[in-house]
Design a protein around this ligand. Structure first.
Ligand code: PLP
Length: 382
């Protein structure tokens, strides 16, 4: 068995099928021709229609599936559509879905909106829940996890939740975008469906939206059928960019991790900061589980400031030179945004404003200097 860093380089590559080209080129194809009626009627050739697959999308599917260690991967045009498709593949009308209260905001909106319209009831549970089985009902069909969760970085006990779910034949869906398959082994820890926003660390350059869902053998047919019937597809150009990013993900993540850790420790020492939300820090409430289950931490973390006015926070953020303000993360560049989250349970109580930081690949001392100047502005503004 090859190790993950090798899989990142080798996965999905077939140079001999591409005239020796190292990278599978961009295939822009909707119609794919059949040589004769028999081949058409039996669909007995490798590619049949662009929406279903081209060599570009199949290369990415294969590479992600290999890295995840799953049975089959399906690609979607965004990370969000990967989250929603995973839920649609697992649940039917009349079913009950359990979902972590710290799930990505748009996933939350989907289950509260569209999913409800189709007669599937979603119930949020506190991410640090000890006995998830207490919430199981006769019609509970799936548990949706995201660890650590968006904005608040609470770590979930995925193996224990997954074991309880498996005992009742309940599907476990995990949004593994933060850790990536490099730092968290979704299937090894009990997931049935692993979701990735490819947009983030796989793409890695803030220039592509894409998603991937990988299923174990038991959920492969459901995934493939639902994906095909809904008609989701990924363009060849996007698949190419995602693959290009994937090849260097291990080296980028290593650096994102180093810089995030250095910034997290430095921020902990600042008088303006109440606490830092990053499971790799020994002081983080999720540290023990993170240490047990993860093999690394990525570059995204939260900072809880001591109480400060909106004006003071704006003064800090508006003057930053290296940290851009914008959605998404996982690119080579540093980002910062004020965190916003809807919660059902009051298990997360911030002392003051919460910021979300993505540590990019810039020099860490430059990043500290930029944040230090920002914190000075914060302190000087009432
Ligand atoms: C960004 C993100 C998504 C969605 O990805 P998009 O490509 O923006 O749709 C899903 N889950 C998590 C945890 C994310 O951070």
């Amino acid at each position: 068995m090859t190790r993950k860093d090798t899989k990142l380089v080798e996965g999905g590559r077939h140079p001999r099928e591409q005239f020796g080209a190292v990278n599978t080129p961009v295939y822009r194809a909707s119609t794919i021709l059949f040589p004769d009626t028999e081949t058409l009627l039996n669909e007995s050739q490798a590619y049949t229609y662009g929406r279903r697959a081209t060599p570009s999308t199949r290369a990415l599917e294969e590479a992600i599936c290999d890295l995840e260690g799953g049975a089959r991967t399906a690609l979607t045009p965004s990370g969000l559509s990967a989250c929603t498709l995973a839920i649609l593949a697992a649940c039917s009308a009349g079913d009950h879905l359990l979902i972590t209260d710290s799930a990505y905001g748009p996933t939350r909106h989907f289950v509260e909106g569209t999913l409800k319209r189709f007669g599937i009831e979603a119930e949020f549970f506190a991410p640090n829940i000890a006995n998830v089985e207490k919430l199981f009902r006769a019609n509970t069909k799936a548990v949706f996890l995201e660890s650590p969760g968006s904005q608040t970085f609470e770590v979930q006990d995925v193996p224990s939740i997954a074991a309880a779910a498996r005992a009742k034949n309940i599907a476990v869906i995990l949004d593994n975008t933060w850790a990536t398959p490099l730092f968290f082994d979704a299937f090894g820890k009990g997931a049935d469906l692993s979701v990735l926003a490819v947009t983030k660390y796989i793409g890695g350059h803030a220039d592509v939206n894409a998603g991937a869902i990988t299923a174990n053998a038991a959920f492969t047919e459901r995934l493939v059928t639902t994906h095909g019937e809904i008609g989701l597809t990924l363009a060849g150009d996007e698949a190419f960019l995602a693959l290009r990013g994937l090849r260097t993900m291990a080296v980028r993540l290593k650096r994102h991790q180093e810089t995030a850790m250095a910034l997290a420790r430095w921020l902990q020492s600042r008088p303006e900061v109440a606490r830092v939300l990053y499971p790799a820090l020994e002081t983080d409430p999720g540290h023990a589980i993170w240490k047990r289950d993860f093999t690394g931490a990525s570059g995204l973390f939260g900072v809880v400031l001591k109480p400060a006015s909106d004006k003071a926070v704006a003064a800090m953020l508006d003057g930053l030179k290296l940290f851009g303000m914008g959605y998404s993360w996982g690119g080579y560049e540093s980002l910062i945004i004020p965190a916003r989250f809807g919660r059902t349970h009051k298990t997360f109580k911030p002392e003051g404003p919460v910021l979300r930081i993505h540590a990019g690949l810039e020099d860490v001392e430059d990043l500290k200097a930029d944040l230090a100047a920002g914190l000075e502005r914060l302190g000087k503004t009432a």
